[in-house]
Design a protein around this ligand. Structure first.
Ligand SMILES: Cc1ncc(COP(=O)(O)O)c(C=O)c1O
Length: 357
């Protein structure tokens, strides 16, 4: 099966081999050495000198940790949503008692940065801005540099910037420190090419006093505990040791390729995918200027049933693509192209689509 959904993605044989090892003591020196190396690799990939904490959870757990550790009941947050995952982060903030100001963009569009500036200036102060880096449900990448600039222009009193980069960081550029981002979250089954089960949460120096003061309840996801343990290259609770073996190897492979080369390859494969869609006479869903280089959303042609199209791709041609989410369920399908991917992985999807259509 050619797994072409936007996560989980195929796991490289080198990473599978690394995970296929006897279990070790997660409180012993060998684990600490591996965990320490992985943490260094994550700092490199997140382009940050700050702490990147590793949690045993899916990406949503990382987002919940981000919110539960920074947002106290009553805090005012500006929530920027361009799709399903933006909505999810907003829901998390509401559940933790935030007073949410919502700013949305129509599906397929990025956030309008002038509206962000206006919201920040019209109604200050905000405690945090919540934003999705790469909206996997629509295949749109937000203009993170411009959004970060709008926040950073507020200077010392600026809100924390909390970023759902679950499907973005590690394959699309998001230099955390350069952009002054405060909390950046990712998940192991995306660009990193691991099975699901780990969340990565990078935290700025500026965010730590907020985390210390935060009044929201937290235990498993208490980032203060995770930080304390990370200083000893451990985790507070029993970690997914097998995935940490894989993470060490995955990051080694990423370092061998280089971050710029990884980003360039994703641009290239993104261009290739969009061109392939046009060549088939199909329509892209995302605004082309903000189309994601990690996932492409394609409109289902009129008269074709989305679920049946995907079932035929899977059952007759061995090509597994993703459907639309929520309101877009019958309108789009999505091809994932993040991680260890080249044009040769995408071409069979187009070959199959050509025959079906
Ligand atoms: C942008 C984004 N945010 C959050 C999530 C949720 O991650 P998980 O399914 O690992 O909990 C995903 C997963 O698809 C995602 O793409």
């Amino acid at each position: 099966m050619n797994l072409r959904i936007p996560g989980p993605i195929p796991v490289h044989p080198r990473v599978m081999a690394a995970m296929n090892q006897p279990m070790i003591n997660h409180r012993g020196p060998r684990f600490s050495a591996i965990f320490g190396e992985a943490a260094d690799g994550l700092r490199w990939a997140f382009q940050t000198a700050q702490e990147v904490l590793v949690l045993t959870s899916s990406g949503t757990g990382g987002l919940e940790a981000a919110v539960a550790n920074t947002i106290s009941p009553g805090d005012r947050v500006l929530s920027l949503s361009i799709g399903n995952f933006g909505e999810r982060l907003r829901t998390l903030a509401r559940i933790h008692g935030a007073q949410v100001t919502a700013l949305d963009a129509p599906a397929g569009q990025p956030i309008d940065v002038s509206q962000v500036r206006q919201a920040l200036h019209d109604n200050p102060p905000f405690h945090a801005v919540l934003v999705t880096h790469n909206e996997t449900s629509t295949g749109v990448t937000n203009p993170m540099r411009e959004i970060a600039l709008a926040v950073n222009d507020l200077g010392e009193v600026r809100p924390l910037t909390i970023v759902d980069a679950v499907s973005g960081v590690g394959c699309l550029p998001l230099p955390m420190d350069e952009l002054g981002l405060d909390v950046v979250v990712s998940g192991s089954q995306k660009a990193w090419g691991l099975p699901p089960g780990l969340a990565f949460v990078a935290i700025s120096e500026r965010a730590w006093p907020v985390i210390e003061r935060c009044r929201s309840p937290r235990f498993y996801f208490d980032l203060r505990q995770a930080r304390k343990s990370a200083a000893n290259r451990q985790t507070p609770w029993t970690p997914a040791v097998g995935l940490i073996f894989g993470l060490q190897e995955a990051l080694l492979m990423m370092r061998e390729e280089g971050l710029d080369a990884i980003h360039a390859r994703h641009r290239r494969v993104g261009d290739f995918t969009r061109q392939g869609v046009r060549d088939l006479g199909l329509q892209l869903f995302a605004n082309p200027a903000f189309a994601s280089n990690a996932v492409t959303a394609i409109r289902v042609p009129p008269g074709i049933e989305a679920a049946r199209l995907r079932a035929r791709l899977r059952d007759e041609f061995g090509q597994e693509v993703a459907g639309g989410q929520g309101a877009l369920k019958n309108d789009i399908f999505r091809i994932g192209h993040m991680g260890q991917v080249t044009e040769a992985d995408i071409q069979p999807v187009f070959d199959a689509l050509r025959q079906i259509l």
